[in-house]
Ligand binder design. Structure first.
Ligand SMILES: NC(=O)c1ccc[n+]([C@@H]2O[C@H](COP(=O)([O-])OP(=O)(O)OC[C@H]3O[C@@H](n4cnc5c(N)ncnc54)[C@H](OP(=O)(O)O)[C@@H]3O)[C@@H](O)[C@H]2O)c1
Length: 305
């Protein structure tokens, strides 16, 4: 089958190639899914899980991409809960071959049904951004109506969902980013916007929750404006700056079917607008995934028409 494999840990997009690789087999409790569309997070070649398996052994020529939508084409021994021909979406195991491929093997418990009225491209754009936003705000951030939330990168793939969900949950949202993202962040529902390159976070006043997708100095400044009892949620690694009187949490998103269902239901009823950016076929994926070319929104690779 055709797949995008990574060949060089130090070369980002220059180290990926379109290759012919064996089709995956379904292990116990797995399904094999015929992939129709796959999303991609441009930082993936830097993640340790791209290069080692769960036993710490080196992975050679890993298939990249981990969020996807497709159709179940095989069931592993003992697999329940999903059936052949079912439309599904979700996140595949970080340490196994991924979803920029014609087929992927994934544990059935990581997937949710994809409703028939949701396109595969939209389905593939939701799992990582949608679940990260949901888990960061609801599960880890314990967001309450009436709270003020600082959402970094509010025009980005994750930040745009965080902004929309936080507004729906009754929060006041201060979005941030570069000037070029201002209008998009406001269109996704941010109440106000801070241009991080020109304005100071010290002028924001206090917030109850910071959702950080950037880290470094921005995180440090953000921690300073968290009100007593507030929370810093980071998705860019261990927190480097803690609020004086509050919690700090960093986490990696998990593929929870109930959370996937919450997200896709919101897309169906219009509460959530997906942020699909560039859409391209698998044959063009290597060029399209080059991180040197800034692309707005979630890049989705169509594996099948
Ligand atoms: N822990 C997890 O489970 C998890 C899950 C998903 C993503 N992530 C990580 O979260 C990060 C964001 O992912 P994403 O998919 O949302 O990326 P994205 O679509 O590129 O969004 C990032 C947003 O932040 C803005 N931004 C970045 N650095 C900035 C800076 N220094 N000043 C101002 N604005 C800045 C970007 O603006 P420009 O486009 O103009 O640069 C963009 O609007 C990535 O590092 C990713 O690996 C972690």
């Amino acid at each position: 089958m055709k797949a995008i494999v990574a060949t060089d840990p130090s070369a980002a997009a220059a180290g990926i190639t379109l290759a012919d690789v064996p089709e995956p087999a379904a292990a116990i409790n797995d399904v094999v899914v015929e992939v129709h569309a796959s999303g991609f997070v441009p930082a993936e070649w830097d993640w340790p899980s791209t290069w080692v398996d769960r036993a710490g052994q080196e992975r050679r020529r890993p298939v990249i991409g981990h969020e996807f939508a497709g159709v179940v084409s095989a069931l592993g021994y003992g697999t329940t809960g999903l059936s052949l021909g079912q439309r599904v979406f979700g996140i595949a195991d970080w340490h196994r071959d991924g979803t920029l491929a014609e087929y992927v093997a994934v544990e059935a418990r990581n997937l949710a049904p994809l409703p028939g009225d949701v396109d595969f491209t939209v389905g593939a754009s939701l799992p990582i951004s949608g679940l990260t936003a949901w888990q960061g705000l609801v599960q880890h951030g314990r967001l309450q109506a009436g709270q003020a939330v600082l959402v970094h990168g509010a025009a980005g793939a994750v930040g745009s969902v965080v902004t929309q969900l936080a507004r729906e949950l009754g929060a006041y949202v201060i979005g941030t980013g570069r000037a070029s993202g201002r209008q998009a962040a406001l269109d996704f529902g941010a109440n106000e916007f801070v241009d991080l390159e020109k304005e100071s976070l010290d002028d924001v006043g206090g917030v109850d929750l910071v959702f950080d997708v950037i880290g470094g100095g921005i995180q440090e400044q953000s921690a300073r404006i968290i009100r007593p009892g507030g929370t810093l949620v980071s998705i860019v690694g261990p927190v480097e700056a803690r609020p004086v009187d509050g919690r700090a949490v960093d986490f990696v998103v998990e593929s929870v079917p109930a959370h996937l269902t919450e997200i896709v239901q919101r897309v169906r009823d219009g509460r959530l607008r997906p942020h699909v950016g560039t859409v391209a076929p698998l044959d063009d994926a290597v060029a399209v995934l080059d991180p040197a070319v800034r692309r707005s929104g979630k890049t989705v690779i169509r594996v099948r028409d």
